[in-house]
Design a protein around this ligand. Structure first.
Ligand SMILES: Nc1nc2c(ncn2[C@@H]2O[C@H](COP(=O)(O)OP(=O)(O)O)[C@@H](O)[C@H]2O)c(=O)[nH]1
Ligand SMILES: [Mg+2]
Length: 246
């Protein structure tokens, strides 16, 4: 009987004090073996609140950014023996109800699982996502599917399940410290022939800040073209750092 793989949920947090308590109280803790929160040097009391809630909490000495924060959280989780890492944001925009289905995909051999906001004809616009984001995301996604030779209908979303296998084969520490990390790790999975699966994910966008700002979205979008270009080079004659072995 195969030993049960250790599942750790990582909460990467930045100024999440308004959403953390409700998110953690409602979080289905029996879905995972352990939970850690890594505070990215928030301006508000996210770190203190996290400790008060009894979450195993860590804090970066400076603000590292989305990608930098994930790298820290992943390293801590791997250090605690995690073989499956559930990345779910404590801003509550992604519902944890998708975790069991995602874990099943890993048990079926996936090394990376992505949430999809568009499966079964679903549309995050009805869950409060800013309409100006939807068309660019779909266009980016089409271009990415063609260049990467994959069929995944929502590559640019925040709910992910990473596996030890993916992280050991991917030079993720060389990835960007900002949002681009979230695309680079997918391209590394494709490059390293890691099976990618997707599960429907429920979203809930509310309040003023609904995901990354316009400025960050533009910076991220252009960044993804750079990553695709490096992927094409890595497939032919030049391996940039993110495609080199660990
Ligand atoms: N904006 C931002 N988010 C960060 C940072 N470090 C960690 N995060 C966390 O990264 C996650 C995703 O960021 P968010 O801005 O919500 O982007 P989204 O993926 O478009 O929803 C959230 O849980 C943030 O708290 C940072 O420096 N800036
Ligand atoms: Mg968010």
């Amino acid at each position: 009987m195969e030993k049960k793989k250790k599942i750790i949920a990582i909460f990467i947090a930045y100024n999440a004090s308004k959403t953390l308590e409700k998110f953690y109280t409602e979080f289905p803790k029996h879905f995972v073996d352990d939970i850690i929160l890594v505070d990215d040097f928030s301006h508000d009391n996210t770190f203190e609140l996290s400790k008060k809630l009894g979450i195993e909490s860590y804090q970066n000495p400076v603000n590292l950014g989305y990608g930098g924060n994930i790298k820290e959280a992943v390293k801590i989780a791997l250090g605690k023996g995690a073989e499956i890492i559930v990345d779910i944001h404590p801003d509550g925009e992604y519902k944890p109800s998708s975790i069991p289905a995602a874990i099943r995909e890993v048990e079926k051999g996936a090394g990376l699982v992505l949430g999809s906001r568009f499966s079964n004809g679903d549309n995050p616009g009805k869950n409060g996502m800013y309409p100006w984001k939807i068309l660019p995301i779909r266009i980016l996604n089409k271009i990415d599917e063609v260049v990467l030779g994959i069929k995944i209908d929502d590559l640019h979303q925040g709910f992910r399940v990473y596996t030890k296998e993916l992280l050991e084969k991917s030079n993720f520490e060389a990835n960007s410290n900002d949002y681009l990390f979230s695309f680079e790790i997918i391209v590394q999975a494709v490059y390293n022939h890691i099976k990618i699966a997707q599960v429907p994910v429920e979203t809930c966008y509310s309040g003023k800040k609904r995901g990354a700002s316009l400025k960050n979205c533009l910076k991220y979008s252009f960044g993804t073209f750079g990553t695709l270009f490096l992927f094409i080079l890595a497939k032919s004659f030049y391996k940039s750092a993110i495609f080199r072995k660990n």
